[in-house]
Write a protein that binds this ligand. Structure first.
Ligand SMILES: [Zn+2]
Length: 481
């Protein structure tokens, strides 16, 4: 009998390629990569997709502002996300770009599949004549253009295609309520359910006339319109695995998990499932919604406030695993969290240098000193037991692992092997064998979170002989003034 592997298809959201990546993008990449690696360890066949969203008005504006040609601007921004993924050791299988021909064709196929619910109507919005752009009431500052503070936005009506949402409203409430489309954590599920129960869904405007904005995927059958950027972008989750007619599509779809930030929950728990229901495509199985990273004190992090920290400066100084560790452990998986350099440095020194790093270092050195570097190879390495990861409980799992590290460090202090070795070498050897076994097992659990570190520990303790050539796990780093 052959054992069938489970397939596991997961995606991040696709960041909007109008600026370089920030810490929030890094966190989403890391969360997804951790889940992908964990599922691979469990023996699942994993397909892990990331990408960039490259159409729409804001991108068009950003390129103009940068004085760059549109496509080269988009290429550069998209490359910066590829680079970030590489720097974070994110082991993805596919990177979708919405400017790819294959994606555009797939998005058009999705549109055609939704056609019975699509009609042409009039979209009324707030318009700045100078910008030649629409703004939402959220963007508008007391009715004025956010770019031209002296210019009042005016209501303007344009032709637009709309997608009917209300025919699917009751069904959607059912699916989310019963976890057939599982939205978690509960806070996010309840937020969406309460929105759906208390509002009648308005039809969604899903196109713009090309005369307003030409940078997008053309509406099939009408070359005077392009798709609204969200319709095009959401389609990436299916076009990336071959929608509509490549054989891989049936293999991978439905997605097992989408990971997104709380600001785009509604796009993924309302608009996306309705688009799929309309098109007769199966819904994804689950949606995990994470929170935001704020500056210390809960203040919003932003370039204009000067308190933004980019992932690059942390990566250069502390390395990928240190950043992965902090974001997974100290940004709560079910709410917003905070990030500051001071706290990051303290955590790095306490948890990584003094705890995990020191533990491995001293057990390895004692084995060299008392046992000539030899230890009894471990008989069986178990698979990681990280059941909490099914609920994205990165923080809880890491906390539990660090509790075990604490216990190990305490056990070593208490047994004082440096004294014991003078009188009873057999007992000392036994203790060291035991500790090494536990460290190896912990490193198996750490693999998904901190792949470089786990690999290094594995190299130090393999084949029954300690090998310390790869150096310390975490060098002590001086605090920057
Ligand atoms: Zn304006």
């Amino acid at each position: 009998m052959t054992s069938q592997k489970n397939k596991y298809y997961l995606t991040t959201s696709i960041p909007y390629a109008n600026a370089k990546p920030h810490l929030g993008h890094a966190m989403e990449f890391i969360q997804a990569d951790t889940l992908a690696r964990w599922h691979r360890q469990l023996g699942d066949e994993v397909y892990f997709q990331i990408g960039t969203d490259e159409h729409g008005q804001k991108l068009f504006e950003a390129a103009e502002k940068a004085g760059a040609e549109l496509l080269s601007f988009v290429n550069e921004m998209s490359e910066s996300f590829v680079q970030l993924a590489r720097d974070l050791n994110v082991d993805y299988d596919a990177f979708v770009r919405t400017t790819d021909e294959h994606h555009k064709k797939g998005a058009q196929a999705l549109w055609r599949a939704c056609e019975k619910d699509i009609y042409k109507g009039t979209y009324t919005g707030l318009y700045c004549v100078a910008c030649e752009l629409f703004y939402t009431s959220k963007d508008a500052v007391e009715g004025m253009c956010p770019v031209h503070p002296n210019r009042a936005l005016e209501e303007l009506a344009i032709e637009s295609y709309f997608l009917k949402l209300s025919p699917y409203q009751d069904k959607l409430i059912d699916l989310i309520e019963n976890d057939e489309y599982r939205v978690f954590p509960d806070l996010r599920k309840n937020e969406i359910l309460s929105f759906l129960r208390n509002n009648k869904l308005e039809d969604l405007s899903i196109s713009r006339p090309k005369s307003q904005l030409a940078w997008g995927v053309e509406v099939p059958g009408d070359d005077t319109h392009v798709m609204y950027v969200w319709f095009d972008a959401l389609a990436n989750y299916i076009t990336g695995v071959g929608y509509p007619d490549e054989p891989e599509f049936n293999k991978w779809w439905p997605a097992d998990l989408h990971i997104v930030g709380k600001d785009i929950n509604r796009f993924h728990s309302v608009y996306w499932p309705v688009m799929l229901m309309s098109a007769g495509v199966t819904l994804p199985k689950a949606l995990y919604v994470h929170g935001f990273i704020n500056a210390p004190g809960g203040v919003k992090m932003s370039k204009s406030l000067g308190n933004a920290i980019g992932p690059d400066e942390i990566l250069e100084r502390y390395g990928a695993d240190a950043l992965r560790y902090y974001l997974l452990r100290y940004i709560p998986h079910d709410s917003d969290g905070e990030f500051g350099l001071e706290r990051f440095h303290t955590v790095y020194t306490a948890d990584l240098v003094n705890n995990l790093g020191n533990l491995v270092q001293r057990v390895a050195s004692m084995t060299v000193k008392y046992c000539d570097g030899k230890f009894e190879p471990i008989v069986e390495v178990r698979k990681p037991k990280l059941t909490g990861l099914g609920d994205a409980g990165f923080d809880d799992e890491l906390q539990a692992i660090w509790k075990q590290l604490d216990s190990l460090n305490e056990a070593i202090d208490k047994s004082e092997p440096w004294k014991l070795a003078k009188t009873d070498l057999t007992a000392t050897t036994k203790l060291l064998d035991n500790w090494i076994s536990e460290i190896i097992q912990l490193s198996v659990s750490l693999t998904a979170f901190m792949p470089f570190t786990a690999e290094k520990i594995h190299r130090i303790f393999s084949d029954g002989r300690v090998d310390m050539r790869s150096g310390m796990l975490f060098p002590r780093i001086e605090k920057e003034d």
